[in-house]
Ligand binder design. Structure first.
Ligand code: 6MZ
Length: 384
């Protein structure tokens, strides 16, 4: 009996040590939905007062939040519930702050956070005031320096704190940790062309506050590509970057249309057919891969059958991301751990995978240069 206990403890210890290794690796997160990245504890805290006031049935909500296995359609029902809990200015500010701090705590050095600007008349919220609350959240982060204003807009003096190597870097012991954050505004597939256009106009207005692009997301069985096309075209003409959820469900025509549009990145790419792969690979559009999300929503049958393997072997540009770390109870470090163990990749290969993503982030060349320098010095410190 004692023997078994020691073995279990030894295994737990080894697993914790392994996880620490993935946490300490610098990482870039390019596909994270704000309202999907909230911790369960924060969601429950936000739910409790609504339960007390009879707005929701707390025990039912608690059960839904803590449930782990969900189909894709259940995930979207959960989002509707999460939005009831979070769509007021104070909560939006709070969750933004917490989500950024959570990513920074696991050595995410560059975060592209996406969120759907929401109108909620009962709370006096417009899409613009929603985004102001998000920006307030970025300003409220205290555990780490957040660089979200593009350099072209920033006073030269604010550029002075470079990213520092977190480990063994004697010269930088007193330097505060820093995370770059850029924002993508999401168009929800339930929205009309006009609503999508409103989001694009808002993104243009907020460029000086670090909004760099547009995402198309939401329940993939809802809405038509043609509805969003005018807003996406306009966004691109105006110089915003575009990333699109693509192939989350089988929809051959839409996948072709999206690939023909040539977005700067796509997310998921689960239900691709031969012809789609051919088009994707020849266009070299980088893919945001969300392993746990795809497995949990049964968008891929098993981890061994995941398209990561083929894309990685073909050196197609890809980046590991969380999608919704709260909803799927994961973290970016965990996604790295899963990829390494499932696909037999070592620390050095994973580090290169992380570093390569710098080339397809939506930030300017100054940020890219700083990230490259940072990864080069981190490689020395981590002996990679
Ligand atoms: C498609 C997703 C998604 O925008 O309220 N979202 N859309 N596929 C997914 N994979 C499972 N995960 C999240 O964050 C939540 C919203 O992001 C989109 C959905 O529209 C969801 O309502 P925000 O911050």
């Amino acid at each position: 009996m004692r023997h078994i206990k020691i073995k279990v403890r030894w295994r737990e210890h080894a697993e914790a040590r392994e996880m620490e290794g993935w946490v300490s690796m610098p990482k870039l997160e390019l596909h994270a939905h704000l309202n999907g990245s909230i911790s369960d504890s924060t969601l429950l805290e936000l739910a409790r007062p609504l339960g007390d006031h009879g707005v929701i049935d707390f025990s039912q909500v608690e059960h839904v939040i803590l449930k782990n296995d969900r189909s894709l359609s259940e995930v979207f029902k959960l989002f509707d519930l999460i939005h009831i809990l979070t769509t007021d200015h104070k909560s939006v500010t709070r969750i933004t702050k917490e989500v950024v701090e959570d990513f920074a705590s696991e050595n995410v050095v560059y975060l592209e956070l996406r969120t759907t600007p929401k109108k909620n008349d009962s709370r006096g919220m417009s899409k613009r005031s929603y985004m102001e609350a998000v920006l307030e959240g970025l300003r409220a982060v205290s555990s780490v320096d957040v660089a979200f204003i593009p350099y072209s807009e920033e006073e030269p003096r604010n550029i002075s704190n470079p990213l520092h190597s977190q480990s063994n870097d004697k010269c930088c012991e007193n330097t505060r940790k820093k995370i770059f954050v850029r924002l993508l505004l999401s168009i929800d597939r339930r929205e009309t062309t006009e609503a999508a256009m409103e989001t694009v106009m808002l993104a243009l207005e907020l460029r000086r506050f670090g909004v760099v692009g547009i995402d198309l997301s939401g329940n993939p069985v809802v809405g038509e590509w043609i509805t969003f096309l005018p807003a996406l075209k306009f966004a691109r003409e105006q110089g915003l970057y575009i990333t699109l959820h693509c192939g989350e469900v089988p929809n051959s025509k839409e996948i072709h249309d999206i690939l023909d549009f040539l977005p700067q990145r796509i997310g998921h790419a689960c239900f691709f057919e031969e012809e789609h792969w051919r088009k994707l690979k020849s266009s070299k559009i980088p893919v945001e891969i969300c392993l746990t999300s795809n497995i949990r929503t049964l968008s891929v049958p098993t981890i061994d059958a995941h398209h990561f393997v083929d894309l990685y072997n073909e050196k197609h540009p890809l980046v590991l991301c969380t999608d919704d770390s709260g909803v799927f109870s994961t973290s970016l470090s965990n996604e790295y751990k899963i990829a390494a163990s499932s696909f037999g990749l070592g620390k050095k290969e994973m580090f290169e995978l992380s570093k390569n993503a710098i080339e397809f982030i939506f930030a300017d060349n100054v940020v890219k240069k700083e990230l490259r320098n940072f990864f080069n010095s981190a490689a020395k410190n981590l002996e990679l």
